[in-house]
Design a protein around this ligand. Structure first.
Ligand code: T3D
Length: 258
């Protein structure tokens, strides 16, 4: 069974973590397949948005604990697999939507949180499971969590490994939205289909600006916004957006930067 399924849809790609009998826990094979899928998506100009989800009843239980430390030392797995994956999702020049269809634990939770827009089914939950096995949150957990939910909640979640329901995650601003289980897929697909028609190159600049705001001061961020706006303003989609507005019609964006 392929550990990662990729389906090319109309302008976007559906990527499914596919080891349902292990709640889509990651091993080296699955990491390799996901990296190849992202290579293909990155190179495909016709693919303008990505939807990431899990097969079966879970999103991902993080690192496969039967494989942990078997082929590589702890920490090396992060260097080899998880860290490049998180950097990649953040830097991908197209929006990545995550549909969290069930439990997201350990690195699985933090991979979800690294995506641009996170929707979760009502029955899903997020667990920083690391402390329960005497590990440290990884895959960006100690970076994303305090920024998303504040330090008090981040500390408690990381230190206790307590589960957060999808409803709570949405109330806290950890994710974009909680939706009823049966609505998750249709709503996520509708969102990604919409994003696939939008000005992709400008959306990539928006991702870049928001990422930079985590470490920039206001002056640096204002300068960055100026520079990115120059780039956005030179793109054909800007001209099309304005023209469409003036002509009172929907814009037909190409997504291209030049
Ligand atoms: O450098 C490095 O390599 C370090 C990297 C670390 C990254 C990490 O992600 S560390 C954290 C690893 N993940 C966990 O600690 C979570 C472990 N799983 C759980 O706590 C629970 O399974 C869940 C809370 C996620 C779900 O519980 P539940 O009751 O819904 O399901 P279950 O019965 O526990 O799991 C179903 C099956 O999946 C079960 O197999 P079985 O008994 O039916 O044959 C279970 O063993 C398997 N499974 C679940 N999680 C993992 C797993 N198998 C391997 N690895 C897992 N992480």
């Amino acid at each position: 069974m392929d550990p990662i399924l990729v389906q090319r849809r109309d302008g976007w790609s559906l990527v499914t973590l596919n080891r349902p009998e292990r709640l889509n826990a990651f091993n080296a094979e699955m990491h390799g397949a996901l990296a190849r899928a992202l290579d293909a998506i990155e190179a495909d100009d016709g693919c303008r948005a990505v939807l990431l989800t899990g097969a079966g009843r879970g999103f991902s239980a993080g690192q496969d604990l039967e494989a942990v430390g078997r082929d590589t030392k702890l920490g090396d797995t992060l260097e080899l697999f998880y860290n490049p994956l998180i950097r990649r999702i953040r830097a991908l020049r197209k929006p990545v939507v995550c549909a969290v269809n069930g439990v997201a634990a350990g690195a699985g939770a933090n991979i979800a949180l690294s995506c641009d827009i996170v929707l979760a089914a009502r029955s899903a939950k997020f667990i920083q499971a690391f402390a329960k096995i005497a590990l440290v949150p990884d895959s960006g957990g100690t970076y994303f969590l305090p920024r998303l939910v504040g330090e008090a909640r981040a500390r408690a979640l990381a230190l206790t490994g307590e589960a957060v329901t999808a409803e709570q995650a949405a109330d806290w601003g950890m994710i974009w939205k909680m939706v009823e289980d049966e609505a998750l897929r249709p709503e996520a697909e509708q969102l990604v289909l919409h994003l696939a028609t939008q000005p992709t190159a400008a959306l990539a600049l928006i991702k870049q600006a928001i990422d930079a705001s985590a470490t920039n001061n206001l002056d640096q961020q204002l300068d960055l916004e100026r520079d990115l706006q120059k780039q956005a303003g030179a793109m054909p989609d800007f001209r099309e957006g304005v023209q469409a507005f003036l002509e009172k019609r929907p814009a037909r964006f190409t997504g291209r930067g030049a």
